[in-house]
Design a protein around this ligand. Structure first.
Ligand code: UN1
Length: 509
């Protein structure tokens, strides 16, 4: 099954993670083995890009940029439309590969590919809507306006948990904006990146713009090289807060732009006015979906003390009923594996720390006794003062805490380093509006009666504080991928100066 799938997606063992889209025949990097997290077995090994391979790839990307930036944006959109169609045709296989390589359940594997398709469609429409403003000028016979121009080759660093969708957030937009790009995927998910790059190459190979999309597979050393690389005016990076803190100063020191989408320590407030059935379903998906490995995963439940007991009980029985297993074997599985042995250890360490700090494990907390990297969905009664509650552990651990009044709940909610996603469950307008007000949630995403994860692509995605401040995907996120130019045209025959400044010089001197 695996061999057939890889063949259908154009991947062969020993495939190079550097040649794709960059004309490098013999990359010289270290081999990277992709591990199936549901079994612990290797799937395939690929050759990574050496730093020299990467440098050649960026030179090619610059060359491609010089041609691509001259293409009218709607024509770029037409090519992105073809990429979207190629993804549509391979949705089932690509979704299965996502499940195989990173352990997502099947519907989430398909959803990941759908997110790429949605981004392609969005970018096609955007290619005719890269609007600039016309601005009233104070000078007679003048016209002032803004235009948005391509930026250059963009560096894209993605994480294992959305191995291809987050690339599409960046790549589809960057492409219609007239940029070329170089993608460093997570070394834990090289195969999905090669499969996607392969499809993109098939489309781009039919055009004169081969090289606009490039791939370089590698580890932290390559990421650091990209951060330092003055040839990349923008580096967009998704990953941990620690990763962001490591690369952001390097990018800033060369006055480059960074677009950061880092960790979250997301919470839901459930008030006594909530529809508790709705809240239960949302909390369960947000905390347990993707085995707790989304940056939008629900990590803290802040529930009113009057309803907490019953809610924890119902949540614990839901948790115990979730089918855990290998998503590729069974469509009904709702909880797949963590990505690695290290992730299992981090989860078990966090549970131990929570217990030491006074937390009470309501359910879960253990490794599942089977091959691969499976853990039980875990609910821990906690207190906000416990240090572990401040930590984002990429695993299905939910800390349940109680509150007495809503202001206290909002204060607890905001009392973490990150500011990505947030939600309140209530049918009371005063409560929900307070949560959405300037005194409410401090996150980039704030929902009412919807969980913290599973955002649509049409909105700008990202968060505040330690989440890094970047915005990707929809709305006007495209502006981060372009340079803004303010243009003023004098169509008169005098030279009036702004602010009424006088500088009388006659041309004769
Ligand atoms: C991430 O985990 O890095 O909102 C992105 C969501 C997804 C994206 C998550 N659309 O959960």
């Amino acid at each position: 099954m695996i061999d057939d799938l890889l063949r259908r997606l154009g991947i062969r063992d020993g495939h190079s993670g550097a040649c794709a889209g960059t004309w490098i025949d013999r990359p010289a990097g270290e081999p990277i083995t992709s591990i199936n997290p549901s079994t612990g077995d290797p799937i395939a090994s690929v050759v990574s890009a050496s730093i020299a391979d990467y440098d050649t790839a960026v030179d090619r990307a610059i060359d491609a940029f010089h041609r691509w930036r001259t293409v009218p944006p709607p024509h770029r959109g037409e090519i992105v439309r073809q990429i979207g169609n190629a993804l549509r045709q391979h949705k089932e296989d690509l979704g299965l590969l996502v499940s195989l390589e990173v352990g997502k359940i099947r519907s989430e594997g398909r959803g990941e590919v759908q997110e790429m398709i949605d981004m392609a469609d969005f970018a096609v429409g955007l290619s005719r809507q890269l609007y600039g403003l016309t601005i009233a000028t104070e000078r007679p016979d003048h016209r002032m306006f803004e235009q948005w121009l391509p930026l250059g080759p963009v560096g894209i660093l993605t994480a294992f948990n959305f191995p291809v969708a987050v690339w599409a957030w960046n790549a589809m937009i960057a492409a219609v904006c007239g940029n070329s790009m170089i993608w460093k995927p997570s070394p834990q998910a090289p195969l999905t990146s090669i499969a996607v790059q392969h499809l993109v190459n098939q489309v781009m190979g039919q055009t004169e713009y081969d090289g606009v999309f490039a791939l370089a597979i590698g580890g932290a050393e390559l990421g650091a090289r990209m951060a330092d690389d003055e040839r990349l005016p923008l580096v967009s990076a998704t990953g941990s807060v620690a990763m962001g803190k490591a690369i952001a100063p390097r990018i800033a020191s060369r006055l480059g732009r960074s677009l950061l989408e880092l960790g979250g320590n997301n919470a839901i407030i459930v008030t006594p006015k909530a529809n508790l059935d709705l809240a239960l379903r949302a909390v369960a998906f947000a905390a347990v979906g993707t085995a707790g490995q989304r940056c939008t995963t629900l990590r803290r439940l802040i529930i009113h003390e009057s309803i907490a007991e019953g809610f924890f009980d119902r949540l614990a029985s839901a948790y115990r009923s979730f089918p855990i297993g290998n998503p590729c074997d069974d469509e009904a599985v709702l909880v797949g594996p963590l990505i690695s042995e290290a992730a299992v250890k981090a989860m078990l360490d966090a549970v131990e720390a929570a217990k030491d700090q006074g937390g009470e494990v309501v359910c879960g907390g253990r490794r599942v006794d089977r091959p691969g990297f499976f853990v039980e969905p875990t609910l821990i009664r906690a207190k906000a003062a416990m240090p572990i509650v401040q930590q984002e552990t990429f695993a299905p651990i939910l800390y349940g805490m109680t509150y007495t009044d809503l202001d206290e709940a909002i204060a607890l909610h905001n009392d973490v380093a990150e500011g990505l996603s947030s939600a309140i469950f209530t049918d009371d307008l005063r409560e929900s509006e307070r949560f959405l007000s300037a005194q409410g949630s401090d996150c980039g995403i704030a929902n009412v009666n919807i969980g913290t994860s599973g955002a649509e692509i049409g909105g700008a995605f990202g968060g505040e504080k330690a989440t890094g401040g970047g915005r990707e995907a929809g709305s006007d996120s495209w502006k981060a991928y372009m340079r803004r130019q303010t243009c003023t045209v004098n169509f008169g025959s005098t030279l009036p100066l702004a602010q009424g400044v006088q500088f009388p010089i006659t041309p004769e001197g």
